[in-house]
Design a protein around this ligand. Structure first.
Ligand SMILES: [Zn+2]
Length: 265
């Protein structure tokens, strides 16, 4: 009988010791996991402090095209052979990528011609004021603005301010639906993304500018600008040209600056 109790005692003791030890291990694990999570959070915080999310030059004024690309070393003059304009500029990275895409297209038998690139606030203002006068028969200012906004941006809100955008070859959608134009467009759809170029103004978006088959954006840079615009741009900042006061009612930031194809976010 005594032997039996000794065995039972041993079994009970073993169970208790095992349970205690095991639960200690479990706690140890929890503590370790918690520590890792905490360290990880701190590391992320430090990382954010050390590496700022946006480059120093990225300000609302920059987004709004309030600079001169000819005097700005982030921009580079486009060589004459790639454009039908004189003295137009692109963001350096966007230009390097364009040159690679140009070579690839050229090998396949297509010539890409930049017909518009960086346009600063003043340049866009000239376009806007000209169109504002042309549409003078539309006396309701908001309606006149919406009419111009089918294809042209308000000064301060154009992606062309950024230096990441190019208009290629012909500024007509119909050109790209047949013949040589269609071949170029099909080539771009198949290949442009390999060089970082995407279309912000596709067909079938709920709002924003009409479709533009000629407009391509260098997303590795413009994506950051779009994100910055989403966080910092406000309709209230838009001013300094005819009809600027209509921007808020039309929700230009939401519907036009950010009314782009989802591939560009
Ligand atoms: Zn364009």
């Amino acid at each position: 009988m005594n032997k039996f109790y000794t065995v039972i005692k041993s079994v009970v003791l073993f169970t208790v010791v095992f349970t205690v030890l095991y639960s200690c291990k479990e706690n140890e694990k929890k503590v370790t996991t918690e520590k890792v999570v905490k360290i990880d959070t701190i590391a992320k915080k430090i990382d954010t402090v050390i590496k700022p999310k946006y480059p120093d030059y990225l300000t609302v004024d920059f987004l709004m095209g309030k600079f001169n690309p000819a005097k700005d070393d982030r921009f580079v003059r486009i060589e004459d052979k790639y454009t039908n304009k004189k003295n137009i500029y692109l963001n350096k990275e966007a230009y390097d990528a364009f040159l690679k895409m140009y070579q690839a297209a050229y090998k396949d038998g297509f010539k890409l011609v930049i017909v518009s690139a960086t346009r600063n606030f003043d340049y866009q203002k000239n376009i806007w004021e000209r169109k504002w006068k042309q549409k003078a028969q539309i006396t309701d200012k908001a309606k006149r603005t919406i009419e111009i906004l089918k294809y042209s941006a308000m000064p301060g809100t154009s992606r062309h301010h950024w230096g990441t955008e190019v208009d290629l070859n012909v500024l007509e959608n119909s050109f790209y639906t047949k013949g040589e134009g269609k071949k170029i467009f099909d080539w771009m759809i198949k290949n442009a993304h390999k060089y970082g170029f995407y279309r912000p103004y596709t067909a079938g978006r709920p709002y924003g500018y009409n479709e533009e088959k000629w407009h391509w954006s260098y997303i590795p840079v413009s994506k950051t600008y779009t994100e910055y615009a989403k966080k910092n741009m406000k309709d209230e900042f838009i001013s300094g040209f005819s009809g600027a006061e209509t921007a808020k009612g039309i929700q230009v930031t939401k519907k036009y600056i950010l009314g782009i194809d989802k591939s560009c976010f």
